[in-house]
Ligand binder design. Structure first.
Ligand SMILES: Cc1cc2nc3c(=O)[nH]c(=O)nc-3n(C[C@H](O)[C@H](O)[C@H](O)COP(=O)(O)O)c2cc1C
Ligand code: SF4
Length: 518
């Protein structure tokens, strides 16, 4: 029997992976072929989806993109014997785009059946938890500190230090909260891992629970992720059935269980305190800090709140050691970052690599430039509140501190590419509009400032008292940056000011620039 692997991740489904799998099944039945079709997560090479992988003695050989209508021809050409075809990319693991990566967090994604606990365990699954139980809570927290892992949700706060704060609160009901709201534009890494390797997140949360003394966990999942919701629930039920969740986790004598809760679709509910309000059934509104959620979190109890990727990275840190993980990276940015390449880019997808790769390498070499074939003009890194980088800044290494020094942020690792037809004044207006729509309304600089920012941008784009309105815009951005309660209002000035700083010709002189380009 030949094993065939086809992704059922959302990114593959939306380009027809379900129809491809169905057609393969029908053709195999009609031709009496002995095949088993296994549905995996995605490898992250979305321009090749739907990707069909065939098990061979040399490894899995890939064919893509393979639409349902391509299936009969592929079978005729001898796909089951891994024969050549113009859609063949060779052994998938040797495909340079994949081979050049350092996949630690995403090691299993695209390889295992995400609904099979047995498959997870056959690929080193639950080795991290075993180690955590063996060394105990204190040493587990120390291992995470040693790894240098920083929160992948945006703020980059050291994960182990956060855990230690919760662990040191007196014994009481504590919670693990996984932030799976993934609202940043151009980001999909959380979704990919939840759909492609859900057990790694469950294992990471379980390790966190045992380490800090929390007996219950919640995944706060954005409602736009129905496939992740289904996959996570199946995986949680499997883990519970096998004793990896419940009153006696993996025979440790310790209790930990968890569930998934759906959000209602507000960007601000990704902000950790707003998320807590939403999880408690209230309207998502940012809480003033202190108290920190580590002291007074969910339902007023000490809580660890971490992003999906932070938690999903913990199992490999525990199984292979904090020292091993921290050996990758540069400066204070240790380990690897799952970078998401999106927007107008030829090779869009998930690229996990050690910190230190330059923005230019990512966009030009890994991403292959724009999808449109036109020159790259700007790249926004770190979501809708991230700065725009011009080509002159492409030597910036992917590193928290280097990005801050360059006037930007890494955020959740989303890289969105724009070609030379982009109007940066419109992008700046969009940042203000986004902030106005998504503002929770609690503080004035953000609630009122974003609305005034939109009005100012309209005037600037109309050429109305341009110089004085630009001065007011700068002043407004300064007020929002320093006066907002949370990073939604506080960071909205980044895209606005970076656009203005690097592309001044678009602010009131957009027509001139486009005419010059033509
Ligand atoms: C407006 C706003 C939206 C946010 N959205 C997310 C999100 O979707 N996912 C996420 O993990 N963190 C998000 N964050 C960051 C969280 O507040 C918090 O820093 C993070 O969940 C902590 O986990 P980490 O330390 O593992 O990164 C957001 C922050 C702000 C201000
Ligand atoms: S900055 Fe905006 S989103 Fe944040 S608390 Fe203030 S009003 Fe709410």
């Amino acid at each position: 029997m030949t094993c065939i692997y086809i992704s059922r991740d959302s990114g593959a489904l939306c380009v027809g992976a379900e129809a491809t799998a169905k057609k393969f099944r029908e053709e195999a039945e009609a031709r009496g072929l002995d095949v088993e079709i296994i549905r995996t997560g995605a490898r992250g090479m979305y321009w090749l989806e739907p990707l069909i992988e065939i098990e061979t003695p040399q490894g899995r050989v890939g064919y893509g993109p393979a639409k349902a209508s391509d299936v009969p021809d592929l079978i005729d050409a001898g796909i089951l014997e891994a024969k050549p075809h113009d859609k063949c990319i060779g052994v998938v693991d040797d495909y340079p785009w994949l081979k050049n990566q350092t996949r630690l967090t995403f090691a299993r994604c695209g390889i295992v059946d995400p609904r099979s606990l047995a498959d997870y365990q056959a690929h080193k699954g639950y080795e991290g938890l075993k180690k955590a139980i063996q060394v105990g809570p204190k040493a587990t927290v120390e291992e995470v500190i040693t790894s240098g892992l920083r929160g992948r949700g945006g703020a980059g706060f050291p994960t182990g230090i956060k855990w230690r704060t919760v662990a040191e609160t007196p014994p009481q009901q504590k919670y693990i909260v996984c932030n799976a709201d993934e609202g940043d534009s151009g980001t999909f890494a959380d979704r990919m891992i939840m759909e492609g390797d859900p057990f790694v997140l469950i294992e990471g949360m379980t390790i966190a629970g045992l380490a800090v003394g929390a007996t219950y966990g919640y995944i706060y999942l954005r409602s736009e992720y129905p496939h992740a919701f289904e996959t996570l629930n199946i995986a949680i039920a499997e883990a519970r059935k096998a004793g990896f969740l419940g009153d006696n986790v993996a025979g440790s004598g310790l209790a930990y269980d968890m569930e998934v809760r759906l959000g209602a679709g507000a960007y601000v509910c990704g902000e950790e305190t707003s998320l807590l309000d939403s999880l408690e059934g209230k309207r998502g509104e940012v809480r003033a800090k202190p108290p920190l959620p580590a002291h007074v979190g969910l339902f007023g109890q000490p809580s660890v709140i971490n992003n999906v990727l932070s938690l999903a990275t913990v199992p490999i840190i525990m199984s292979d050691g904090g020292e091993y993980y921290r050996d990758f990276g540069m400066g204070k940015s240790r380990g690897t970052m799952p970078i998401q390449l999106a927007g107008n880019i030829k090779h869009g997808g998930l690229y996990e690599t050690a910190f230190g790769i330059s923005l230019g390498e990512l966009v030009d070499e890994v991403g292959g430039g724009t999808y449109s074939g036109r020159p790259v003009r700007a790249v926004q890194v770190g979501g809708p509140l991230g700065a725009y980088f011009p080509r002159e800044k492409f030597d910036t290494p992917f590193d928290y501190e280097a990005f801050t020094a360059a006037g930007g942020l890494i955020g959740h690792g989303g890289v969105v590419v724009f070609d030379d037809t982009v109007d940066m004044a419109l992008q700046a207006r969009f940042a203000m509009e986004f902030c106005a729509i998504e503002s929770c309304g609690k503080c004035t600089p953000c609630r009122i400032g974003s609305a005034r920012g939109m009005e100012l941008m309209d005037k600037i784009m109309a050429g109305e008292e341009r110089e004085s309105n630009l001065a007011v815009l700068e002043d407004l951005c300064d007020t929002m940056k320093w006066g907002s309660l949370c990073a939604l209002g506080g960071f909205a000035p980044y895209p606005v000011m970076s656009a203005l700083h690097h592309f001044p010709e678009d602010f009131g002189a957009a027509k001139k620039r486009l005419q010059a380009a033509e």
